[in-house]
Design a protein around this ligand. Sequence first.
Ligand code: SAM
Length: 388
Amino acid sequence: MAQNRALPLPHMKHSSSTVIPISAVGRAHPAVAVPEIAVPATGQLLDRLGRPLTDLRISVTDRCNFRCSYCMPKDVFDKDYQYLPHSALLSFEEMTRLARLFASHGVRKIRLTGGEPLLRKNIEGLITQLAEIRTPAGEPLALTLTTNGSLLRRKAAALQSAGLQRVTVSLDSLDDAVFRHMNDVDFPVADVLAGIDAALAAGMGPIKVNMVVKRGTNEQEILPMARYFREQHGGKVVLRFIEYMDVGATNGWRMDEVLPSAEVIARIHAEFPLVPLQASAPGETAQRWAYADGGGEIGVISSVTQAFCGDCNRARLSTEGQLYLCLFATQGHDLRSLIRGGAPDEEIASAIAHIWQGRADRYSQLRGSMAPDTGTGKRRVEMSYIGG
Ligand code: SAM
């Protein structure tokens, strides 16, 4: 019943002016194998490197209202860009069904992402459904969402009452001109800050703020951001600095625009002394640091200079139900076809188990040796499609 369908990627324009035609980047979705002997859900699934599956990221839309050049550059994601049609997106019922099966295999945490997840109509309805899922031990899932914050002020209370416990807000600058330049749609920073305040007022927390640092673009904002979030919210907001990543194939990534986390830490440490903290959970993406004066903590995500796959416990479900085992994978596994082909829960759960148990990749660590387009037609997926 599996459908093989090309991902409707647009004509790609590289900032280096290389134009890669759409036919070269189409992506087929091969059928997912259902094991003949069912793999029972035991509440823990280990891959071939012994890594458990505990976190699932679900991309709920491939659309975004920002055009950050490192993620959805305007020259590619323009008015002619073909987003997925609504019928291609997983419905909330399909997402919830899959989430329940993932929970039976040991997933404890779900992060909704995108595109911009708050653009998906009635996202609160999805959160309500996900909040009803229980782990095999009878616990609710940890539910969180990553957003650009543009709609957060309006939606924070409704999201919280639907069952959203936490939120991560992406914010690259406090300086309005720099922020408007980076989101490339002239969106004012004050509205995002008001969204963070609204999420805190609604009782969500701790809130994380993610800043992608691009050398030469917003590095001068590192200290103002650190200062603001230390002083403003009494430790309830944890600021994290993300290295600008070579994800996808449209952002024209260059190593000389990466500001290594070690440099971020050094700059902050010179002004506000820091001490290292232990990871709070296995597989945590950020390295944590505390202000020595007790003024809260920060994190750094060194996905370029210290990529490490050894304890990666995350899977990603794309907007159209492709299961990806890594942000840098070139191929997903088509769970939507199984669902829409009428497969029963046991078959889908078995297929998920089979996929995870076969996982041995360390794409993130090894990607230095892979080109964005390998020349084999295998092209990295865009972050807006797979979910950040
Ligand atoms: N629209 C939501 C948002 O802005 O948070 C969710 C999706 S966005 C793809 C998720 C995260 O990925 C954001 O924090 C964004 O800054 C980050 N991101 C996107 N492209 C990136 C890149 N090339 N390097 C590092 N982080 C990136």
